[in-house]
Design a protein around this ligand. Structure first.
Ligand code: TA6
Length: 303
């Protein structure tokens, strides 16, 4: 892997994109442009910060997050791939797949004419994952930082047979108070309730939170909006290439039991994840590719 100074020489953009290494050895690219600021770690190609100009951060990271090589950071937008949740056959395989725990290669960083900053990262095939994933596939991510945050996650199947992939952009959003947040756009969608042992229900009205919530919504292709009356904003989540949306908040007990979340960690975060999971896993035909695309936008609450 290139050193931070080599990364800055090769990919840095003066005043817009620079590489740093934190005290934990995490290499990150910090982006600042007229529209927004952002930070992406090379481990897991994990977005850890995004704030449109004039806005509070939209992406949440636990203040108890542990930054350790090979371990997922609590918060940001972890990439779950090539399976979502626990592996269906091997309990010793990492939850949510392995790409969020490993180093990605930075391919390019570009200052685009519209004032946004775009970067591309590639997940390099590595021997240590072959046992877990004996398939000839590639994974790339393109991320664009501006007033909107765009991600395009591209899976390519290079085999002469179909391959089944589960994936999600497991994004943690910063909110004022989970007890006052409403999530719109899932009305009428069937969902799998992981808190109630996989029971299937249909969403009636908006989603509100008064307990541990862990649901995989199916047939959810509309925009989802997080309405936050405390921070006086709406976060709009638009997507393509994903028909499942995961909504998660660990609530009191689970939060207290997670050392990288803590007793009150659950209050200011909510996960809304654009996924291909459960009934919606991806069966990628031979020699084909798939794009999971999301676009996050913040709308100020009208006075
Ligand atoms: O997306 C929700 C979920 O699958 C929950 O069940 C919970 O496990 C969460 O992901 C966090 O998973 P992690 O492996 O990052 O602790």
């Amino acid at each position: 892997m290139l050193s931070v100074s080599e990364l800055n020489q090769r990919h840095g953009i003066s005043g817009q994109a620079s590489f740093v290494q934190d005290a934990n050895g995490f290499v990150m690219v910090k982006v600042t442009n007229a529209q927004a600021t952002a930070c992406i770690a090379l481990q897991g190609a994990q977005l850890l910060h995004w704030a449109p100009a004039g806005q509070q951060p939209v992406i949440w990271v636990s203040d108890r997050a542990i930054y350790a090589p090979g371990k997922p950071v609590r918060g940001g937008a972890p990439i779950c791939w090539p399976w979502f949740g626990p592996h269906d056959a091997r309990a010793d395989f990492p939850a949510h797949g392995f790409v969020r725990n490993l180093l990605w290669e930075l391919v390019r960083v570009d200052a685009l004419p519209d004032g946004t900053t775009q970067m591309a990262l590639h997940f390099p095939a590595q021997n240590e994952t072959t046992e877990q994933w004996p398939h000839d596939t590639t994974l790339d991510m393109e991320l664009t930082v501006g007033r909107c945050l765009k991600v395009d996650l591209v899976t390519r199947n290079q085999e002469n047979q179909p391959v089944t992939v589960g994936q999600a952009l497991h994004t943690y959003f910063q909110i004022g108070d989970i007890r006052q947040v409403r999530i719109l756009g899932l009305e009428g969608c069937p969902y799998i309730d992981k808190v109630r042992h996989g029971e299937r229900h249909v969403q009636e009205g908006e989603v509100r939170f008064d307990r541990e919530t862990d649901r995989i919504y199916l047939n959810s292709t509309r925009d989802v909006v997080i309405e936050d009356p405390v921070m006086k904003r709406r976060i709009r989540i638009a997507k393509k290439g994903s028909a499942s949306t995961v909504v998660w908040n660990p609530w009191v007990e689970k939060s207290a039991a997670m050392k990288d979340l803590g007793a009150d960690g659950y209050v200011r975060m909510v996960c809304v994840e654009n996924a291909n999971a459960a009934d919606d896993v991806l069966v990628l035909p031979a020699y084909s590719s798939h794009h999971l695309e999301v676009c996050y936008t913040v709308e100020e609450e009208k006075p």
